[in-house]
Design a protein around this ligand. Structure first.
Ligand code: HEC
Ligand code: HEC
Length: 248
């Protein structure tokens, strides 16, 4: 790659990674403060950051309301990471909430049993959540492996978009899509975004699956069945797909 092209790409990447200056930055900072504010919940016990610690990530727990339940409880919902949440096609495990602001309002009123938030509060929280970037190490923002990525990550990407047929639902870029899908996990659920998925165990809406490898294997079998001919991944294929998922 020429130096000039490299510099141009770097400028674009930096502009995309940096939040807009001025008023936007002030709104993000207001949202960052509200994110740790327990007075948003009924009894001032919970802040957003309680369940989404480490700057909007996940505490890896499964909840009904604000109660932790066993992973795999059909009514339980696993806490998603909010990293890259500004790029989801749709929100909530049900996959029925098109707007981030609406989703946040629902969490405050229904899950945290807090008072009706003002539009300013919702706007600031949404601006903060939108400012949280994906944390990819070995892939670009569309999920394409970097030149320097390990061979297993590159083979895993080829399987993800090829034999495993994952890309039909987890569209590289957002790694989700707007329409919920029934993949025989108990109804229609949102196609989970796979950014930071190595750190969001337990897996699926109810946290039924402990390891990424088991989740990827189940997905492969479902996915190839839906595509017409069910196969199981070989141990080598599964390891490559998991290497790719670990890179997101
Ligand atoms: C008691 C734990 C808990 C608290 C407190 C909490 N959340 Fe969550 N959050 C969850 C769970 C569980 C889900 C998944 C719920 C579902 O989809 O049914 C979720 C989902 C979300 C989503 C949707 C992400 C996606 O990819 O669909 C957003 C956005 C979000 N939370 C933001 C917030 C904000 C902002 C706050 C504070 C106002 C907050 N959360 C407080 C547990 C919590
Ligand atoms: C037909 C659509 C579809 C295809 C094809 C598909 N997935 Fe999924 N995937 C989903 C849905 C829907 C969920 C969420 C289901 C739930 O939570 O019950 C999901 C969830 C996941 C999860 C768990 C994410 C989390 O945060 O809990 C992983 C990992 C995953 N998929 C990987 C893959 C891989 C790897 C492939 C290809 C081998 C694949 N998926 C193919 C629809 C699909």
């Amino acid at each position: 790659m020429s130096l000039r092209l490299k510099a141009a790409l770097l400028a674009i990447a930096t502009a995309a990674a940096m939040p807009a200056a001025g008023a936007d930055q002030a709104l993000i900072e207001k949202g960052r403060a509200l994110f740790s504010d327990t007075s948003l919940s009924a009894d001032s016990k919970f802040a957003c950051a309680t369940c989404h610690p480490k700057n909007g990530h996940t505490d890896n727990k499964t909840y009904i309301g604000t109660n932790v339940v066993a992973d795999g409880d059909p009514m339980g919902r696993s806490t998603p990471t909010l990293w890259a949440a500004g790029r989801r096609s749709v929100y909530s495990w049900a996959g029925t909430v098109p707007m981030l602001e609406t989703n946040i309002r629902g969490i405050i009123v229904n899950r945290m049993k807090g008072a009706e938030p003002s539009p300013e509060t919702l706007g600031a929280l949404a601006a903060y959540v939108r400012s949280l970037p994906p944390q990819p190490k070995q892939v670009d923002e569309n999920g394409v492996p970097a030149d320097a990525a390990p061979a297993a990550v590159k083979r895993g990407f080829a399987l993800f978009t090829g034999a495993g047929a994952c890309g039909a639902c987890h569209v590289p870029g957002s790694f989700d899509k707007a329409d919920p899908e029934d993949i025989e996990t108990g109804g229609k659920f949102k196609v989970a975004s796979l950014w930071a998925v190595s750190q969001t165990a337990p897996y699926f809406h109810d946290g039924r699956t402990k390891t990424l490898s088991d989740a990827a294997k189940a997905m492969w079998e479902m996915s190839t069945k839906k595509a017409g001919k069910q196969t199981s991944p070989t141990a080598a294929e599964l390891a490559d797909v998991v290497a790719y998922l670990n890179a997101l």
